[in-house]
Design a protein around this ligand. Structure first.
Ligand code: GLV
Length: 332
């Protein structure tokens, strides 16, 4: 649908870099939410009137109601690799193309997974809080003694691109024994390259010194890690979640951390974020970060540019760069 300038109109639902708006503006009339506040579903539906494409983030839900209010919409381009904010059944039924941003964030996110693992195992933030509180008055042999990272066993739950990049860091950089569990086993040459061995979930939980969660969220993955799974882990183990809120039962985890069922956790994502379960804020043995695993300027720019390129490519050639549902759209 073209507006009165004769060019198609697109909407950018959150503040993005000016370079991204400039690129989109070469092709479209661009309107954006430059307040950067998260729009309510009604506000988003309203702002999308007359727009054929939209750039979203994980904070905006695209569902049947939004699509019904905007039948002119042709593409929804998420600035994220995860797309659990998309109701794919509704998007497919509406014949709308959905895209995400794979690959451009893989290495940066894997770096952060390792940063969180290191900070958690070696008690970096806990000891910093102690120092900042003026409590450091002497050196002691066991002060903030944490868990070994090099040479330990890393268990990765979810072995997509990011899981594999974490495995490479662990195996090749830190001499870790890497075990993984995934819906499907990797091809043997990829397993060899990542130096990773496939195990069942129970074996992973009970064997790993560090458990890293990198699986996509789906209703089936809800509370993949709850009290029962935490109880299977070693009491010295750490748990790191860079996947999605809801994969871990945060209330159960907070209780387990308080009771030292496991040693520590590192969390970048939370159930109901940006709210954080209040019990997590009061346990000392958890490192908490505000969903920043892909947050370097270069990677965030690459993600936003890829989303823009998806909109441009689809609306000008009919083929997006990283489509999620091209087959469903072709059939519609
Ligand atoms: C971030 O969480 C993403 O899915 O890209």
């Amino acid at each position: 649908m073209a507006n009165n300038t004769g060019r198609p109109a697109v909407f950018v639902s959150r503040k993005v870099f000016p370079e991204v708006i400039a690129r989109l503006s070469e092709h479209f009339d661009v309107e954006m939410n430059d307040t950067d506040s998260v729009l309510s579903p009604d506000q988003l539906a309203q702002r999308l009137q007359g727009k054929v494409g939209v750039l979203t983030t994980g904070s905006e839900r695209v569902d049947a109601a939004l699509l019904a209010a905007n039948p002119q919409l042709r593409i929804v381009a998420n600035i994220a690799v995860g797309f659990n904010n998309f109701d794919m059944a509704a998007i497919n039924a509406a014949g709308v193309l959905a895209t995400n941003t794979p690959d451009v964030l893989t290495e940066t996110t894997a770096d952060f997974g390792f940063a969180l693992l290191m900070a958690t195992a070696r008690r970096v933030t806990e000891s910093e809080h102690f120092l900042r509180a003026g409590q450091w008055n002497k050196w002691s042999l066991d002060m903030f003694a944490g868990a070994e990272v090099h040479g330990s066993t890393l268990g990765i739950l979810g072995m997509g691109r990011i899981g594999q990049a974490i495995a490479r860091r662990g195996a090749h950089g830190f001499g870790m024994k890497v075990i993984y569990h995934n819906r499907s086993k990797l091809a043997p040459e990829l397993e060899a390259e990542c130096k990773a061995s496939y195990v069942d979930k129970a074996t992973l939980l009970k064997t790993a010194d560090h458990v890293m969660l990198v699986l996509p969220y789906s209703p089936e993955a809800h509370h993949t890690i709850g009290a029962a799974e935490i109880a299977q882990m070693k009491p010295t183990a750490t748990l790191v979640n860079i996947a999605r809120g809801g994969i871990v039962d945060d209330a159960a985890l907070a209780l387990a951390l308080r009771n030292r069922v496991i040693a520590a956790a590192g969390l970048d994502v939370f159930e109901g974020e940006p709210k954080v379960h209040p019990d997590l804020l009061t346990v000392p043995n958890v490192v908490l970060t505000p969903h920043i695993a892909s947050a370097t300027m270069g990677t965030r720019m690459a993600m936003a540019m890829l989303a823009a390129d998806n909109v441009i490519a689809f609306l000008t050639t009919g083929h997006a760069v990283t489509p999620l549902n091209a087959a469903a759209v072709a059939k519609a």
